[in-house]
Design a protein around this ligand. Structure first.
Ligand code: ADP
Ligand code: ASP
Ligand code: MG
Length: 823
């Protein structure tokens, strides 16, 4: 006789018995076990979707709306399996048995339809057909392919109370029944119906949705099984629900407590009560994948194996509502909570989470949304005296919420876990409605808006499982010189970033002035131009913003690669949606001081980044150096700078025989100037950069406060066309010649220098001698010198190419990877 201690329980879930293909895999798995002479018991769920279908049919029948097609579909699903997997000659008996069950089911449903009444008892009876049919089928298939099998109706052995829908098991009696069964048919391979049981009057009950796992655990505990295997459609228990978190990965092992906490809030791979019988006897539970049997899966056991992460996983549930009970009547009232909780327990209302404020002024309960109205009514009835006396305020309900919980035994040994959790949520603008930490410290749960759940799960998963690549979702506007170069650089650096910085950049939104496209999975960086050209969406910034919000993705960055004055008007609302902004567009920071200040404040308020290094000196580190100096307590005494690459180029080449007009023209031909070179020579662009530096240095300055010495005589500025401008420039040659001569005779260089001192900005033409740090400046270089308390004797100088698409785009790129949410 088989020693029952060597027994192994294999439970196959709905998807494992849901199709011809999956049942073939099940047969293979069972064959392997038998070949190794293992003694096993199979527990099977209803075919996938069938319990839902039975629920639907029973409810619709009770409203008088039974759909015959549903019944046909139920029958077809089972017949299809018979036809595909059972020899034709053997099909008839099993088809007849199934047909008898179908007839019984139909009679029941018609009874419900006639009476328009569905008691919990009848509903359980109807639901039992899912497992009864699947067990019948499986027994026959195993019998044909593996060997002697016996269908076991668990309702003959598992005894429960009469709490239909979620019955409580009488364990001792159940175990005895199972042991007797095992002794009686020790040579048979049992195929047991999961999920169903019966009360002491032999009326069918069910163990709650997902309850087949529980059946497996009960058989395991009764027979002191060596192991319980839960075969499902994923590679074991994962760090999060893989349907929401694409990066979720399988866990090698979990403790019972961890598995319990994870499954309590939604990780439905395993049904929570399952753990209890296994836990008591320390029987390991292994979660395996029917579709990939060689994968080792997840082992759930008494002790967990250590991992490097502070948490094991993240679970979530939807369809949650909060009930808020507030009022002075709660303060110091002994027994209030007791009355509240026993009231809800008496009515079988499950409280998912509880928080109580330390002032005792309020208690908040999270409850499944189907039960919240009932719970509210019960509380109002129970406490009507207190509400009448205004000791309690009217009971409030908040709906459309979800719960996310981080779980793991390591949490209690690790500092900063909640900090990390709330930082990730805050950075992504996710509002937390309630928080609970179990005293076990194995779990921190937060209640959130239901539509933020997926974003929250992904953001928190990225934050805790730091060995995985962090995903940055980029929305880019502008594909001119800088924009296109930036996208090219993204493409080029993609693999490097993934490999060395663990960053994955996904371009999810793109727009130029004509078209826009979105792709949550990422727009191909090699084919964005084609995709954009073929997009059916006309460019529209309002709609771009709407879509960006609707997608609600974690770790988002909006990149403004335009020079448009319209795009910056959207920054504020972008910040308000907790999306960081990286921009090379100077307009936002150099318009009115009020606008600049408001943007800075908003970015700070929402705790996200607003990075604009390329506003001054393209890719040169100027804004960041200034920030670092100030942050570290240094005091800026003076800033001197040459921040116009165009003007640098012009004066560096205004030597010898060349006229000023010729040099400007040459600069234009080489692409160093704006289409109208006066936009550079007027000094406006330079002024904007000085303005941004001054403001970042804490000065409240406006464009009108800047003193600019014009390079060009008035007549040049008023010329109507660029051609006319060049003509006048030739006529004014003497003016420039004089400056050149003076510089040459004094052996000095002509430089257009901006100075910021004591909050005042001036920009003027200067002649500097060879000792001046700005004397030796080549090409179109920028230079900036910071004289500070620390760098007083010898200023801190940053110098290098300060214009051009490549360096500017590289600066935008650097800002992007500096976004703090990815660090
Ligand atoms: P079965 O029908 O086999 O009982 P279930 O649907 O009850 O399967 O449970 C398996 C499903 O649980 C998976 O398909 C997956 O979508 C979901 N799930 C939720 N959370 C997790 C998690 N943390 N790890 C793995 N799967 C999860
Ligand atoms: N068939 C039942 C359900 O869908 C039980 C189970 O699958 O575990 O809930
Ligand atoms: Mg399940």
């Amino acid at each position: 006789m088989v020693k029952i201690q060597d027994m192994k329980i294999l439970k196959f879930g709905g998807t494992s018995v849901g199709s011809v293909e999956s049942i073939r895999s099940v047969v293979e798995i069972v064959k392997q076990e038998k070949q190794q002479n293992n003694s096993i018991i199979l527990v099977v769920s209803a075919m996938s979707g069938m319990t839902n279908l039975l629920t639907k049919m029973s409810e619709e029948a009770s409203w008088g709306n039974l759909d015959e097609n549903d019944l046909k579909f139920f029958q077809e699903k089972h017949f299809e399996i018979v036809k595909a997997l059972i020899n034709i000659s053997d099909q008839n008996p099993i088809l007849t048995k199934l047909k008898l069950l179908m007839n019984e089911l139909e009679d029941l449903l018609q009874g419900v339809e006639t009476l328009k009444e569905l008691s919990p008892q009848t509903k359980d009876l109807i639901l039992s057909f899912g497992e009864r049919c699947s067990a019948l089928l499986l027994t026959e298939i195993i019998q044909q392919n593996v060997g002697e099998a016996k269908a076991v109706d668990a309702s003959d052995y598992i005894v429960t109370d009469s709490n239909f829908g979620q019955a409580n098991v009488m364990e001792e009696m159940t175990y005895q029944n199972i042991q007797l069964l095992a002794k009686k048919y020790s040579d048979k391979l049992f195929v047991v119906t999961g999920f169903i049981a019966a009360n002491e009057e032999n009326r069918i009950t069910t163990l709650g949705r997902g309850g087949s796992d529980y059946t497996a655990a009960l058989f395991g505990a009764a027979l002191h099984a060596e192991k319980i295997e839960i075969w499902t459609d994923v590679n074991g228990m994962m760090t999060a629900d893989p349907r929401f978190v694409a990066k979720a990965f399988s866990l090698k092992s979990l403790s019972y407590t961890e598995a319990m906490e994870l499954s309590y809030f939604g990780a439905k791979v395993i049904y929570p009560p399952t753990m209890a019988p296994a836990f008591k006897l320390r029987i390991p539970i292994v979660i395996k994948n029917t579709f990939q049997p060689e994968f080792e899966g997840t082992k759930i056991q008494f002790n967990t194996e250590p991992t490097i992460f502070p948490i094991k996983g993240i679970s979530s549930v939807k369809n949650v509502a909060l009930i808020n009970i507030k009022g002075s009547g709660l303060v110091g009232k002994l027994g209030f909570s007791g009355r509240l909780f026993s009231l809800l327990a008496r009515h079988h209302i499950n409280i998912v989470l509880i928080t109580q404020s330390s002032s005792e002024h309020s208690i908040t309960l999270a409850i499944h949304h189907d039960e919240v109205e009932k719970a509210k009514q019960l509380i109002e009835d129970e406490f009507y005296l207190e509400i009448d006396a205004k000791w309690l305020e009217p009971i409030e309900i908040e709906e459309k919420l979800g719960i996310m919980a981080i779980v793991g035994e390591n949490m209690k040994k690790t500092v900063g876990v909640s900090g990390k959790l709330f930082y990730a949520l805050g950075r992504n603008g996710i509002n937390v409605r309630a928080i609970a930490q179990g005293s076990s410290e194995y779990n921190i749960s937060v209640v959130l808006n239901e539509n933020d759940l997926s974003k929250a799960l992904n953001a928190v998963h990225d934050a805790f499982f730091y060995h995985l690549k962090k995903t940055i979702h980029v929305f880019n506007v502008g594909i001119g010189n800088i924009g296109a170069t930036f996208l090219k650089q993204l493409e080029k650096q993609k693999d490097f970033l993934a490999e060395n910085n663990d960053i994955e950049i996904k371009l999810v939104g793109l727009s130029d002035s004509k078209k826009m496209i979105f792709d949550e999975k990422g727009i191909q960086l090699t084919a964005w131009r084609n995709a954009l050209n073929h997009s059916s969406l006309e460019a529209n910034l309002d709609e771009f913003m709407q879509e960006m919000k609707r997608l609600n993705l974690p770790n988002c960055v909006f990149v403004d690669n335009t020079a448009s004055s319209v795009v910056p008007k959207y920054y504020k609302q972008i910040f308000e949606h907790n999306i960081s902004v990286v921009t090379c567009n100077k307009i936002a920071n150099s318009s009115s001081y009020r606008e600049y200040y408001e943007l800075k404040q908003t970015a700070r308020k929402y705790g996200i980044d607003f990075l604009y290094e390329t506003n001054v000196g393209a890719g040169l580190p100027i804004i960041s150096v200034l920030k670092d100096l100030r942050m570290s307590g240094d005091q800026i005494l003076k800033i001197e700078a040459i921040l116009s690459g165009t003007i640098s180029y012009i004066f560096n080449h205004f030597k010898g025989e060349n006229t000023f007009a010729e040099v400007v023209k040459k600069a234009q031909e080489l692409g160093y100037t704006e289409p109208d070179p006066r936009d550079d020579l007027s000094g406006i662009d330079f002024m904007r950069k000085m303005l941004i530096l001054a403001r970042d240095n804490g000065y409240q300055v406006e464009a009108e406060d800047v003193k600019i010495d014009a390079i060009l005589p008035e007549s040049c500025l008023t010329a109507e066309t660029v051609t006319a401008f060049y003509q006048i420039l030739e006529n004014e040659n003497d003016y420039f010649e004089q400056i050149k001569k003076r510089a040459e005779s004094e052996q000095k260089a002509i430089r257009y220098i901006g100075v910021l001192e004591n909050g005042r900005i001036s920009i003027s033409l200067e002649l500097v001698d060879h000792q001046h740090p700005f004397y030796a400046l080549s090409g179109s270089d920028n230079v900036i010198s910071f004289t500070t308390e620390r760098y007083k004797e010898r200023p801190l100088v940053v110098k290098g190419p300060g214009a051009g698409a490549e360096v500017t785009a590289a600066g935008v790129f650097a800002d992007l990877v500096n976004i703090s949410s990815i660090k």
